[in-house]
Design a binder for this molecule. Structure first.
Ligand SMILES: *[C@@H]1O[C@H](CO)[C@@H](O)[C@H](O)[C@H]1NC(C)=O
Ligand SMILES: *[C@@H]1O[C@H](CO)[C@@H](O)[C@H](O)[C@H]1NC(C)=O
Ligand SMILES: *[C@@H]1O[C@H](CO)[C@@H](O)[C@H](O)[C@H]1NC(C)=O
Length: 589
């Protein structure tokens, strides 16, 4: 009897196991691979398929030609960290505490304690549960640690990625020795000046004492020197050693390059992407390829230097396009094209104020006003959005409806057969009906445009109308006067003396005035008062959905904390290069 029971159990186990395997693989066949490509700081006007006639981007143009091009694709923020938070969570960054109240809009170092909170559910996490192999290759910029150097509480592996190779932080000019710093340059200058003053003061004090001219005790001088040294270190350690701390490459949980060499890292990322696709060609995979291009410092890769008609910035865009070509070629080579959805976007608009030695080093936002850092003006948030999936999406399709980067989440979750979290607000909408041409209306009636945690503007696409109204409640004050941009401070402010409040708001209809040049008034727009009222009501309704959450970008969370510093070797002597450990790095993965 016992024996029979055991046998019976064994049999059912084997049977259900077989059923699971076959059922599982049949199901997997219907799940497309997902390749998401995100550029950094790329302007919508930098691409051929969005109207640029000087820069050559044949590979991106081909994606658009063979797929769907979105012309009103909107990022939830005009800075990296909050925009990427919204992308990963499908929620306005203020909901997860990733929207800043201060003048620091992004995570500044690997050793900050702020980052994507544990209880946020990324789409990668859901796809992982749906049987996908998930990989992030490239830039993360959503934090690393909470309490110690290795807890990795904000790390990509914690947030649903099976594989991570890339920059836990971002590329910045400070990663290339010899370029002017991008990290709080003003504060750095002030600290440097303060240190020089203290140094000189101390020197004169010591000389004066030695010459017997100043009646100060050596104890006092010692104490002052001690304080002076502390002051010096508080500048030198975080800023002077910035590259060593932050320009690093991690492979899964390990730091493998500290600091990295930019062109080499760029090649490694491409190779890693191709390897990931090859390793996973038999199963559904999610690859999020997050470029460090076209953020400064611009590329100095010899293969592209001087090739574009638009200086080093153009060269960098063309290199990025070439990389996309290499990745999509590998999909083709492995005959995965028809079961792979490819998506391309940029995290926000181009950086107008980015200039080095008189040359433009930031992107171009076409006809749209403003750029990176300006959350209300269209140039800061309207980005390229391209989908390709041969045989599923009609080629050469253009969609002008408002869509959001936050829509990627519900879209890929539905393709993977997963379900959205039900215990929280999800701001994105499934794009499949639009992409398949089953509907011609976006589900987004209102969109909220935040600068840090400050609401600057609201967009309204009224049902049964082609109009797209945008009301600006707050706008940045441009400088110098007459410029579009904040050239005196490099970035525009989100609040305080750097902004202007508008009551009534500045109202535009961007469906006919995409450059936001003609402010509507009760004289020019008969429905003016009604529109303003509707928008105000939408803001109130939206505000009611916000809750108090821990602030990931608080002063405490953004400062550099030595005990959180990712490091290879023994802290504080962090340094390593991939080549030096080539032999041991036999990669079974
Ligand atoms: C193409 O891009 C470059 C560089 O970003 C820009 O200066 C130029 O104005 C763009 N051309 C067009 C036609 O948009
Ligand atoms: C991919 O789909 C297209 C369009 O349906 C079809 O013409 C092509 O033959 C397919 N390619 C492969 C490799 O199945
Ligand atoms: C995550 O935890 C914080 C702190 O407890 C809480 O305020 C927030 O609502 C939680 N978020 C979600 C999505 O559950």
């Amino acid at each position: 009897m016992d024996c029979f029971v055991i046998h019976w159990r064994f049999l059912t186990a084997v049977l259900s196991c077989c059923l699971l395997i076959s059922g599982g693989s049949a199901e997997n066949d219907s799940k497309p691979n997902i390749l998401l490509i995100m550029a950094d700081d790329l302007g919508i006007g930098d691409l051929g398929c969005y109207g640029n006639d000087t820069i050559r981007t044949p590979n991106i143009d081909r994606l658009a030609k063979e797929g769907v091009k979105l012309t009103q694709h909107i990022s939830a923020a005009a800075f990296c960290t909050p925009s990427r938070t919204a992308f990963m969570t499908s929620r306005y960054p203020i909901r997860s505490g990733m929207a800043s109240e201060s003048s620091v809009p992004v995570i500044l170092w690997n050793a900050a304690s702020g980052g994507l909170p544990n209880n946020e559910t990324t789409f990668a996490k859901i796809l992982q549960k749906q049987g996908y192999t998930t990989g992030l290759i490239g830039k993360w910029h959503l934090g690393v640690n909470c309490e110690n150097r290795t807890d990795h509480c904000h790390h990509p592996l914690y947030h649903g990625f099976d594989y991570f190779y890339g920059l836990p932080y971002t590329l910045v000019s400070d990663c290339r020795p010899g370029l002017p710093s991008e990290i709080m340059p003003k504060l750095q200058d002030e600290l440097l000046f303060l240190n020089q003053v203290i140094g000189l003061g101390l020197l004169s004090l010591i000389l004066g004492r030695l010459a017997g001219l100043l009646p100060v005790g050596w104890k006092v001088i010692g104490l002052l020197s001690f304080c002076g040294t502390l002051c010096f270190l508080s500048w030198y350690i975080p800023f002077g050693l910035f590259r060593q701390w932050n320009c690093i490459i991690m492979k899964n949980n390990d730091v493998i390059e500290q600091p990295f060499e930019i062109e080499e890292a760029s090649n490694d990322l491409l190779q890693e992407a191709i390897n990931f696709i090859e390793r996973n060609k038999e199963r559904p995979f999610l690859l999020y390829f997050s470029f460090m291009h076209v953020h400064t410092p611009l590329s100095e890769d010899k293969r592209f230097a001087g090739k574009s008609k638009y200086g080093q910035y153009g060269d960098t865009v063309e290199e990025m396009d070439w990389i996309i070509g290499e990745i999509t070629d590998s999909i083709k080579r492995l005959s995965l094209e028809n079961k792979t959805l490819v998506y391309f976007t940029s995290d926000h608009g181009g950086h107008l104020e980015s200039r080095q030695m008189g040359k433009q080093t930031g992107g171009w936002n076409g006809v749209y006003k403003g750029g990176k850092g300006m959350a209300g003006w269209e140039g800061g948030i309207r980005v390229p959005g391209i989908f390709k999936w041969p045989g599923v999406f009609q080629a050469e399709t253009t969609i002008n409806e408002p869509t959001s980067l936050m829509d990627i989440y519900p879209t890929v979750v539905s393709l993977a057969g997963g379900t959205l979290p039900e215990d929280r607000t999800i701001d994105g909408r499934n794009l499949m009906p639009l992409l398949l041409g089953r509907t011609h209306r976006s589900e987004h009636e209102f969109m909220f445009h935040y600068c840090g945690s400050y609401l600057h503007a609201v967009r309204w696409h009224p049902k049964n109308s082609d109009a797209v109204y945008k009301a600006h409640y707050v706008t940045p004050i441009f400088s110098p006067e007459g410029a579009v941009g904040c050239y005196n401070t490099r970035y525009c402010m989100c609040y305080g003396p750097g902004v202007m409040h508008h009551d009534p708001p500045l109202l535009f209809d961007i469906s006919v005035d995409p450059s936001e040049m003609h402010v509507l008034s009760p004289q020019t727009e008969p429905k003016y008062y009604n529109i303003i009222k509707q928008l105000q009501a939408a803001v109130e309704e939206h505000n009611n959905t916000l809750t108090d959450v821990p602030k990931q970008m608080s002063f405490y969370n953004v400062i550099w904390k030595p005990w959180l510093q990712p490091c290879c070797g023994t802290f504080p002597f962090c340094s390593c290069s991939k080549n030096s450990e080539m032999h041991s790095a036999d990669d079974p993965n």
